[in-house]
Every structure is written in C-alpha cells, then in structure tokens.
Design a protein. Structure first.
Length: 117
C-alpha cells in the first residue's frame, strides 16, 4: 500500500485547507484510514480516522467540530477538510492505513500545514 498526501500549505488563522490522501491499493475499502499530525518538537498525534465505509468517523477533541474526514472508495482517496484553523494546528499531516488491529501499517510521506497568526 502506498499513500500520497497532498494539499498542505500556508494559511492564516481562521482559514481553511483540504488535504487529500490517495492510496495505491486494489482493495481500498478494506482499510481503516486515519490522519495524524506532528507539530515541531512534539510527538505525532491522532487527528481523525474513518472505517471502511466512511460512516463511522472519530476525531481528536482538539479538532472536533472544525475538521471533517471523508473517503471516496471509488477513487481510493480520503480527505480532511480543515476549517477555522489555528496556529496550533501547524504541523506535518500524515495519512495512514490499517486492515485491522491497533497499529497502522502504512504511512504516507506527510504534507506540511502552516497556520499563521
């Protein structure tokens, strides 16, 4: 499984960005997909994930109500719509995939999001 994240950039506080993650895999709908982020000098943290159907989605408390994760199984892609961005949302955002279990087995290369105050 190869994951390619894109859509990061520089945005002012209060603005929006939409991240995409394209997966190179034949059975994309078998995978739980997630977004993580890593701020400078901090450990990587969970942002959101969604089950195979996209109907069950969980969010970190810090992004709940501002971020929306979705997936398009026909296009092997997941999205992360980020609204009302804050400077503390700055970091490298990674998409990840797993078929089951606790740990994510596959990771994308990350896309940098910078939110200026």
């Amino acid at each position: 499984v190869q994951l390619q994240a894109s859509g990061g950039g520089l945005v002012q506080a209060g603005g929006s960005l939409r991240l995409s993650c394209a997966a190179s895999v034949r059975t994309f709908s078998r995978y739980t997909m997630a977004w993580f982020r890593q701020a400078p000098g901090k450990e990587r943290e969970f942002v959101a994930n969604t089950d195979w159907s996209g109907e069950i989605t969980r969010y970190a408390n810090s992004v709940k109500g501002r971020y929306t994760m979705s997936r398009n199984n026909a296009e092997n892609t997941v999205y992360l719509q980020m609204n009302s961005l804050k400077p503390e949302d700055t970091g490298v955002y990674y998409c990840a995939a797993k078929e089951g279990g606790i740990s994510y087995d596959y990771w994308g290369q990350g896309t940098l999001v910078t939110v200026s105050s």
